[in-house]
Design a protein around this ligand. Structure first.
Ligand code: UDP
Length: 474
């Protein structure tokens, strides 16, 4: 077989391979980790990526790249179900090389082959959803670490899924959705991963494989920080028998490069920063639902109506595919007079396709975030002390929302049908001087905890140092 050259040289003479799952919310934290390792340990990094949502190597001169065939059929890619894409990718990557296909094992073997210019590969850091890649690496004798791009709570939930099935909580029954899970406070059945989705078998398989990837690996790295989720991290450390379990987040704050800006799958519109400069401190509601969540056109009009009449300035990200059924080529239809009103009435609002979100959340003018509660968005908001309205849709968004509301008290869920009156009420509750005071106070306290973990000697800095040392020891 193809062996991996080991040993020799200090940290600077080592190389790390990373392989993110090709979605915005997974690519960003993986590149941020790569950047942090490159900056900290002087490690060289090779990024493996699929053609599906391929990365552009020319944007990242400090990193090396290698493309891996993904085998995702065009119709599956176009349909856009993440579960189906993960499934198809792993199935294809398990295949042997043939005249028309290079196996992931063969790609890895050629990437790890040390030569004069490239330092030897110490390990491969993979997304938990890439079990096929983990197995290929193991067969080459290459150690693997998993980066979990979600919360510790989310991973500890994955670990609990077999138990939740055994106890009859899952698959979820409509009548029991609000039942608390005493084993996993503060979660209820409703908050579990994909509890609202029909395809339970495929989800169950994906989660089981993610756990298998973690258990097969040598170490686990999580984009969170020790002070945010102590009991959840403890549960994971008790249940997963790997050499290191490290909380190294929030990764966007530890990376010397703004990878979310550089590698963004959509182009970020920076004109909104100048617009924010003209707004009063804490006055603007930032509205964005991440890279995947969507709404129907009725909901869209309710949102537009509420933002218009709420009285608070707003910055709204309308992704080309935000509204289901509309196309990137035909612009989404805003209510008659909306844009004119936004621009003319005291320049009260701004609409853009995609934001430089980290800069937006860090801007003094932003006082609240209406989010879908993806984990990156949640962490980015927490890092800047911005309280949230959460409108979760799928995956881990429900459980993130539950933690935001119950564990940290820095936001609340906007539940039920999306109606103008309800939205306006939620905006007042968040942005109102009196109504939102408690949320703001707790958000500021949490922001200070983030700042603490990032200081020299802070928990995430120490964890990152440990990670560099661990990699050097491999
Ligand atoms: N993002 C961005 N511009 C936007 C909205 C989001 O750059 O207008 C980035 C955001 O900073 C985050 C990522 O896209 O890093 C979204 O990840 P998240 O986990 O929040 O949600 P997902 O898109 O995976 O549902």
């Amino acid at each position: 077989g193809v062996g991996v050259t080991r040993g020799g040289g200090g940290v600077g003479r080592r190389r790390v391979l990373v392989f993110p799952l090709p979605f915005e919310g997974h690519i960003n934290p993986m590149l941020q980790l790569a950047g942090a390792l490159h900056g900290r340990g002087g490690l060289s990094v090779t990024v493996l990526h699929t053609r599906f949502n391929a990365l552009d190597p020319s944007l990242h001169p400090e990193l090396a790249f290698a493309e891996v065939p993904d085998g995702v059929p065009p119709d599956v890619a176009a349909a856009g179900s993440i579960a189906e894409i993960i499934h198809a990718m792993n199935a294809a990557m398990e295949g042997e090389s043939s005249p028309t296909w290079t196996s992931v094992r063969d790609v890895l073997a050629s990437v790890v082959a040390a030569d004069e210019e490239k330092p030897p590969a110490a390990c491969l850091i993979i997304d938990a959803n890439l079990l096929a890649v983990q197995k290929a690496a193991a067969s080459l004798g290459l150690p693997t670490l998993v980066l979990r791009t979600g919360s510790a709570a989310c991973l500890s939930c994955f670990l609990a899924y077999p138990m939740l099935h055994e106890k009859g909580y899952l698959p979820p029954k409509e009548s029991r959705l609000y039942e608390p899970l005493k084993e996993l406070p503060p979660l209820r059945i409703r908050d579990l991963f994909y509890s609202g989705q029909a395809n339970h078998e495929i989800i169950r398989e994906i989660l089981a494989r993610a756990i298998e990837t973690v258990r097969n690996s040598d170490g686990l790295v999580i984009n969170t920080f020790d002070e945010l989720e102590p009991p959840e991290l403890e549960r994971i450390r008790g249940e997963v028998d790997v050499a290191v379990v490290l909380a190294v987040g929030p990764l966007h704050k530890l990376s010397p490069v703004d990878y979310a800006g550089r590698s963004s799958l959509l182009r970020q519109d920076h004109s909104c920063i100048e617009w924010l400069d003209t707004q009063a401190t804490g006055s603007v509601l930032y509205v964005s639902f991440g890279s995947l969540a969507s709404m129907d056109s009725d909901e869209f009009l309710e949102v537009a109506g509420a933002l218009h009449s709420s009285g608070h300035p707003f910055l709204w990200v309308i992704r080309p595919d935000l509204v289901r059924g509309s196309h990137a080529t035909t612009s989404t239809r805003l209510p008659d007079g909306f844009e004119r009103a936004v621009e003319e009435e005291g320049r009260r609002g701004k609409v853009i396709h995609w934001a430089p979100q980290q800069q937006v959340l860090a801007h003094h003018a932003v006082g609240g975030f209406w989010t879908h509660a993806g984990w990156n968005s949640t962490l980015e908001s927490i890092s800047e002390g911005v309280p949230m309205i959460c409108r979760p849709q799928f995956a881990d968004q429900m459980m993130n929302t539950r933690y935001v509301q119950e564990a940290w008290g820095v936001g609340f869920e906007l539940e039920g049908e999306l109606k103008r009156g309800e939205i306006e009420r939620a905006i007042r509750k968040l942005m109102g001087e009196k109504e939102g005071a408690g949320l703001r106070e707790r958000a500021e306290k949490l922001r200070k905890k983030v700042a603490g973990c990032l200081e020299s000697g802070g928990s995430s800095q120490v964890a990152l140092d440990k990670l560099v040392k661990y990699i050097a020891s491999l």
